[in-house]
Design a protein around this ligand. Sequence first.
Ligand SMILES: Cc1cc2nc3c(=O)[nH]c(=O)nc-3n(C[C@H](O)[C@H](O)[C@H](O)COP(=O)(O)O)c2cc1C
Length: 171
Amino acid sequence: MTDSQIDPRRYRDVLGHFPTGVTVVTGLDSSGAPHGMTIGSFSSVSLDPPLVGFFPGMQLRSWPAISESGKFCVNILADGQDELCWKFAKEPADGETSKFSGVEWKPSANGSPILTGVIGWIDCTIEVVYEVGDHFFVVGRVQDLAQNDDVAAAMVFFRGKVASVKMPTFE
Ligand SMILES: Cc1cc2nc3c(=O)[nH]c(=O)nc-3n(C[C@H](O)[C@H](O)[C@H](O)COP(=O)(O)O)c2cc1C
């Protein structure tokens, strides 16, 4: 079977059956303005050295802006943060100049935005970026990270919708 025989709609539908976590990857451009994009293709990559990665599409607007700084922060969304998931998956809303309008955040040690209420965050410097098909594979070196034990459920994306996964209980 050649590549051209794979229908893009079918590719999206079938891959949509693979549940993923939902993150918002944030960073600052060279003028210090914050940018962010919803990313489901996040993964741990290596423990020693500590590396993580994700795949932004080459057409994304936020990634070129974020990459200027050489740094980014991965924000792991909690259950109930649907608004952030959809806000960062689109252009700024009508009348807003930034996706960050009305979004609470504080800077990481690197300066990248940590969004309020996330279940965890991973602050990185860009280690290497590969071109893979119509996406980049961005590998980041972990500089700092934290979890939020006050949040009991994470967001998952499955068949085009958000759902939640609760903290397992061990008896
Ligand atoms: C749950 C979810 C996961 C996503 N994961 C990715 C991803 O891994 N890579 C990607 O390029 N786009 C992904 N997107 C789409 C981007 O968030 C979307 O194209 C967004 O407009 C990017 O923002 P930008 O154009 O400002 O960069 C995802 C969207 C959603 C809702």
